[in-house]
Unconditional design. Structure first.
Lengths: 270, 339
């Protein structure tokens, strides 16, 4: 049964990816070809960042009231047209209820509030830079938020040895495109601040290519048959941090959440 | 990451015996002799290639132990020392005692006798001064130590999360550095390079050191970080990394936030990097001092160390401490009533 679901999702995924090809092709239609590394692979090295509202909500949304009264306008959610192909995430009905409960209770439930490793692809479009360091056997994707690290194995592909927060990433070059397949998630991360979620059966396929010297195309397909009726895709550009002194800073956020997480266990004065 | 082998003490001793016997015939200083002839491999960009998985695990202490005069042990002394330490690590705690409330290092392959570790015959990591000991802490350093102690006075380790030790809080390992001191276990690193950066991933708390090689300056003094801000360059075959801008909240051996650490990484064999570091901190020591460690290749890959995410220990110990206080208060109240 599970296999049937899985294979039908596969078919849907393949079909939907097929239909996406024209729009992706449009994005690349200027025929930009990335410079090459010394080894001859497309050079995607750099410090990159998303500029959109996907970290608030990956689906289209209007501006709305924030969760923290004291922060007023600074914590209110800005509107955005979303990054999901077809606008709507194809949740199964129970999963949609779960998403809505997550949204209502997001201050308590959003794992990123606790400085937990944010998972994939959420880490990519959080409002923090990340750096790609490209080598032969390994491509490192290093995130400022929580110091999250992904090692993309370009050689020695093995299945995920155990579940983890950032998953296990195997990569390959498909012409101009770096294709990363990530599995082995622990099911405890979200897609955004609006309660969009997945299970530990998540499989993420990212396609990253250069669209100009200072921008990347980022396309990511999500498969999780327990939660979604079919595979679905998000796209967005990523922008190079072009400042001469651009540098990932430490954002060791554990320090900033200890009072939130453990403050109730503080020793009370006698 | 660690090489997990069977955890029965008997098997451990067997392993150690095999290890010691098989190794007794080889010269520990062999690695040093290799340096002269070794041709450092190059990356596609033409730089010395430091990439791979490495461990700086060792039994050698930072400072030469009391009573040891020589800078080097004999092969026999090293073997005996390592065997003794390995036996100590493999010793089992008594069920039902406080020390037993911890995972079993041996069972999870975390003790040093089961991991790859770098060997040489040095009696201390410190090579300069020649005493193998830290220079005396100067007056400013002593005052800082007193101030730090005073700030902690009356605060119990379990009073709050913030009162606990940094590594128990999964904030940063005390030896995360730089300099990169080995930890009790998982002293593993992955080095990945491109033309413009060297990245050193520290397994513990997935700390990635991203070292730019483009000659940029250190940032303004107001931009301070736990692990400082590193700047790297190639000096012939050697990667030189200078780190400043520490925030002083994880002080290395009582150092100040003015500390400057100069690290040098030189590949000396397919399986070896010689790692030296010099610490300059005139607010703590009147003279710089230098230590040398070996890094030995180890089997990858590194696995995600989601320390904070799984930090049940911190939560549970705080819950336990509050429970003990409540029980003590209740007992005191009962005693009061009985009087």
């Amino acid at each position: 049964m599970f296999n049937q679901i899985r294979s039908s999702v596969w078919v849907c995924g393949v079909v939907s990816v097929f239909f996406l090809v024209p729009s992706i092709a449009v994005a690349q239609s200027d025929g930009y070809r990335a410079p090459r590394t010394a080894e001859g692979t497309p050079d995607l090295n750099g410090i990159w960042q998303a500029i959109n509202t996907a970290h608030w909500d990956i689906e289209p949304h209007g501006a709305s009231q924030g969760t923290t009264r004291e922060l007023g306008a600074l914590n209110a959610m800005p509107g955005g047209l979303g990054v999901v192909e077809g606008d709507v995430i194809p949740y199964r009905s129970e999963a949609l209820e779960q998403r809505n409960e997550n949204f209502a209770d997001r201050v308590a439930r959003d794992p990123a509030i606790k400085c937990y490793l944010p998972g994939v692809p959420r880490a990519t479009y959080m409002p923090y830079p990340f750096q790609i360091i490209q080598s032969t056997d390994h491509i490192m994707i290093l995130h400022e938020f929580a110091g999250a690290v992904r090692t993309v194995y370009m050689e020695d592909h093995v299945p995920a040895p155990a579940p983890s927060w950032m998953g296990w990433s195997n990569g390959r070059w498909d012409g101009e495109t770096l294709v990363i397949e990530t599995e082995g998630f622990n099911g405890m991360t979200w897609f955004d601040r609006s309660g969009n979620f997945h299970s530990d059966g998540l499989r993420v396929v990212e396609r990253i290519s250069a669209r100009s010297p200072e921008t990347l195309n980022y396309d990511v397909t999500i498969e999780d048959p327990e939660i979604f009726t079919r595979a679905w895709t998000m796209h967005m550009p990523l922008y190079r941090r072009v400042e001469a002194n651009a540098e990932l800073m430490e954002f060791r956020c554990v320090e900033f959440v200890e009072d939130l997480m453990y403050g109730h266990l503080r020793k009370q004065p006698d | 990451m660690a090489n997990c082998k069977a955890g029965k003490p008997g098997f451990q001793f067997f392993l150690m015996a095999v290890m010691v016997l098989s190794w007794a015939g080889t010269s520990i200083s062999g690695q040093e002799a290799e340096t002269d002839e070794y041709t450092v491999p190059r990356t596609a960009d033409g730089d010395p290639d430091l990439q791979g998985f490495w461990s700086n695990q060792t039994y050698i202490p930072l400072e030469r132990p009391d009573g040891v005069e020589s800078a080097f042990y004999t092969d026999e002394e090293v073997a005996a020392l390592e065997q003794g330490r390995a036996q100590g690590e493999a010793a089992q705690t008594t069920p039902g005692t406080i020390p037993d409330v911890h995972y079993d290092f041996t069972q999870f392959g975390l003790d040093r006798s089961q991991a790859d570790f770098a060997r040489n015959r040095r009696t201390s990591l410190i090579v300069d001064p020649s005493t193998g000991r830290l220079p005396p802490t100067n007056a400013e350093g002593q005052q800082r130590a007193r101030d730090r102690a005073a700030a902690r006075e009356g605060i119990g380790r379990w009073d709050s999360a913030e009162a606990n030790q940094l590594d128990d809080r999964c904030l940063i390992m005390r030896g995360a550095g730089p300099p990169m001191m080995n930890a009790g276990y998982n002293s593993n690193y992955q080095i990945v390079q491109n033309r413009d950066y060297v990245m050193i991933l520290v397994e513990m708390i997935h700390d990635a050191r991203i070292i730019p090689l483009d000659g940029r300056e250190h940032p303004a003094a107001s931009a301070r970080q736990w692990m400082g801000v590193p700047r790297g360059r190639w000096d012939g075959e050697t990667l030189v990394v200078e780190t400043t801008n520490f925030n002083g909240k994880n002080p290395f051996n009582g150092s100040s936030d003015q500390m400057r650490v100069i690290e040098r990484f030189t590949r000396t064999g397919d399986d070896a990097i010689t790692y030296t570091f010099t610490v300059e901190d005139s607010g703590t020591w009147d003279a710089p001092w230098t230590a040398e460690m070996l890094m030995t290749s180890t089997r990858g890959p590194l696995f995600e160390h989601g320390c904070h995410e799984g930090n049940y220990g911190l939560y549970n110990t705080l819950v336990g401490a509050r429970l003990e206080e409540r029980q003590a208060a209740e007992a005191a109240a009962r005693q009061q009533q009985q009087r």
